[in-house]
Design a protein around this ligand. Structure first.
Ligand code: SER
Length: 316
């Protein structure tokens, strides 16, 4: 199982925890972290680190050659809310970084690619409940468009050029280590921080907005399980539906309030409400559960316990 891995966008919410886990599994020196800046000091100091702009093909290629990389996890992206503010930047980063990595795989420089997609590929015309793998995808956000098009290209590179690319449609991911940035599901992380720090939270989504979500440990496990699955078992080369829990701001508020009775919430929906309204509230991930035995572990209350315990330690 020897592998030399490059993570692009390793300083981000998912990238940072993925790096830690991959270093545990494959050994520190076999996992090269990269990002456009060195802000995440823990990451920079815990193993090989390179400054790489995901839009720079030569920088990625040189790094892959220098370290004899065989597997790339491309975690750099502009998310849904930021993408609405900077549409061309989102298109430029999300699409070109993917082409760079797919082309390196096509050319034989690397052997395997992981690229995250999202529930943002779905849109207002998609069935909202228990959204199937194969369904109407008419995304209304720039981010969603980049992910949908990216999925098509992943499948195309697999079918035409035999590229071993694997992907998951992540729901909103909740974690206590690195903050998410610029997503519509970010409220579900902010709420825990604010509950501990200030005992109150103003939510930018309305109380009954139900969205698919997942605790970080489950998301990391799903990612690594998919990458370790044998190629013959995989029937989806665009991106797998992936699901764990669905909840509303009111549900998460109640889960926190049962542990912090004085916690208060107010609702002040902004432009992100329209994005959330266009997404499903729950996802059918039967194919992932079948193909590579995907199973999640954390429900809302288990996640709340872990989040509050960890954040209490952090802020003390
Ligand atoms: N968490 C992402 C977002 O809100 C969805 O993939 O943009």
């Amino acid at each position: 199982m020897s592998s030399k891995i490059l993570i692009i966008g390793a300083g981000g919410q998912i990238g940072s925890e993925l790096t830690t886990k991959l270093r545990e599994i494959y050994g520190q020196s076999n996992v090269i972290a990269s990002d456009i800046n060195t802000r995440n000091l823990e990451l920079v100091n815990s193993g090989p680190f390179e400054i790489i702009d995901a839009k720079n093909f030569n920088a990625i290629k040189d790094c892959c050659k220098n370290y004899e990389i065989d597997t790339v996890y491309l975690m750099a992206a502009l998310l849904s809310a930021t993408g609405e503010k900077y549409p061309m930047e989102a298109w430029d980063l999300n699409m070109n970084s993917l082409f760079h990595v797919l082309n390196l795989a096509k050319g034989g420089t690397i052997k395997k690619v992981y690229w995250p997609s999202s529930i943002a590929v779905f849109g207002p015309t998609t069935p909202k409940e228990f959204t199937p793998q194969h369904t109407i995808c008419e995304p209304t956000t720039v981010y969603g468009i980049t992910k949908q098009v990216g999925e098509r290209w992943c499948e195309y590179y697999h079918n035409k050029y035999g590229v071993d690319v694997r992907s998951l449609r992540y729901p909103g991911i909740i974690s206590h280590k690195t903050m998410p940035g610029g997503g519509t599901t970010d409220y579900a992380v902010e709420i825990y921080h604010e509950a501990i720090k200030h005992g109150k939270y103003e939510c930018f989504l309305s109380e009954n907005t139900s969205l698919p979500m997942m605790f970080m440990d489950d998301a990391i496990k799903a990612t690594i399980d998919l990458m370790q699955a044998s190629a013959e078992d995989l029937t989806i080369r665009s991106s797998y539906n992936l699901s764990a829990i669905s909840f509303t701001p009111k549900n998460i508020y109640e889960s926190i309030k049962s542990r912090i009775p004085e916690f208060e919430i107010t609702y002040q929906p902004d432009f992100r409400q329209a994005i959330a309204n266009s997404w499903p509230s729950s996802i059918d991930d039967t194919i992932a559960r079948h193909d590579w035995s995907w199973q999640h572990s954390f429900d809302l209350d288990a996640m709340t316990d872990t989040m509050l315990n960890e954040l209490k330690k952090k802020y003390q």
